[in-house]
Design a protein around this ligand. Structure first.
Ligand SMILES: NC(=O)c1ccc[n+]([C@@H]2O[C@H](COP(=O)([O-])OP(=O)(O)OC[C@H]3O[C@@H](n4cnc5c(N)ncnc54)[C@H](OP(=O)(O)O)[C@@H]3O)[C@@H](O)[C@H]2O)c1
Length: 292
């Protein structure tokens, strides 16, 4: 049985059908089974659990052969955060996988490091370290930014208001990968025991600025609208003003500043050479699929 924590998310909604379509039994771990209802069916079970609550994981992981962590606590309000979900929650999930005798596939981020300016990247690094020290069979899949996440945000803004808001100057190149391509690599990691003990890094074909992504969204949607920029000083002010009352907004403002200034480019060639059969979706194709 393959357990997918995060099976209801952008990546998970592509990963679960990919695994089930290959004839593998899958159980989606979610805090709210209603969110997974559309995924349930032949070969897909749903279990209720929250990685912040270790007691909820024992039954959910019963019979597990592999556990996949495809979750994060970056953008939600409340007690959901990189510290509670990505750091402590992954540690709980790794502990439960060890007790169940299962292997573990951790979805992390390209650039995960102990001193990274984005807290999520530090928490992912901590989870990677916990997994490596756990003694169970492991594979880490690090991905760049998901095309679908950002294209969805921009398409929805364009649809709702005729405007796309770009955080900062929007002229810093960032590597974007399709969540569908990442799902295909994770499926390989699950089924190939030869990939245990390895860190696999995946990116997409292009490094694009947010201004370029906005232009591709406009072109693919066939609607120009306008592009508005939130200046960097306004992002600094937003991070500072919301830190105590809405920490998830502060996290997003700080991350936007980093994505507008830090080198976020990536060379996808090594992973593509190692896994030649993987899909290599570009931004326009990912947006066309979303709009369809
Ligand atoms: N989005 C990106 O640009 C990007 C880039 C690189 C790597 N990644 C990584 O890829 C993975 C998937 O990201 P995504 O963007 O597809 O996620 P997403 O769409 O934002 O969905 C988040 C998922 O996390 C689960 N989750 C959150 N808190 C949880 C908790 N306490 N217990 C159990 N599950 C919890 C949610 O499940 P329920 O709500 O159903 O409980 C949901 O399925 C994550 O590991 C992320 O860090 C994402």
């Amino acid at each position: 049985m393959i357990i997918v924590a995060g099976g209801t998310g952008t990546l998970g909604a592509r990963l679960v059908p990919c695994l089930a379509g290959a004839g593998l039994p899958v159980r989606v771990l979610t805090r709210d089974p209603a969110r997974a209802r559309h995924l349930a069916g032949h070969a897909v079970e749903v279990a209720c659990g929250d990685v912040r609550d270790p007691g909820s994981l024992t039954a959910a992981l019963q019979g597990a052969g592999t556990v996949i962590s495809a979750m994060h606590g970056f953008a939600r309000p409340g007690r959901v955060s990189p510290a509670t979900v990505d750091r402590a929650g992954n540690a709980n999930l790794i502990g439960a996988a060890a007790r169940a005798g299962a292997d573990f596939v951790l979805v992390s981020v390209v650039g995960a490091a102990p001193a990274h300016p984005i807290g999520l990247f530090r928490a992912k690094h901590a989870a990677e370290q916990t997994l490596r020290a756990s003694g169970i069979g492991w594979t880490i899949v690090r991905a760049t930014a998901f095309m679908e996440t950002w294209a969805t945000i921009m398409s929805q803004m364009l649809e709702a208001s005729g405007k796309i808001v770009v955080f900062g100057r929007g002229d810093n190149p960032v590597n974007f990968v399709s969540a569908g391509d990442v799902a295909a690599l994770i499926a390989r990691a699950v089924t190939d025991p030869g990939l245990r003990g390895q860190v696999l890094e995946i990116g997409g074909p292009d490094n694009l600025t947010f201004n370029q992504v906005a232009a591709i969204v406009q072109g693919t949607a066939g609607r120009r609208g306008t592009v508005r920029h939130i200046p960097r000083p306004a992002l600094c002010a937003m991070a500072w003003l919301t830190a105590a009352i809405k920490p998830h907004l502060a996290r997003q403002a700080r991350a936007a500043l980093v994505m507008d200034t830090l080198d976020m480019t990536f060379d996808p060639a090594p992973a593509r050479r190692a896994f030649p059969g993987l899909p290599n979706t570009d931004m326009a194709a990912a947006i066309r699929e979303l709009l369809a």
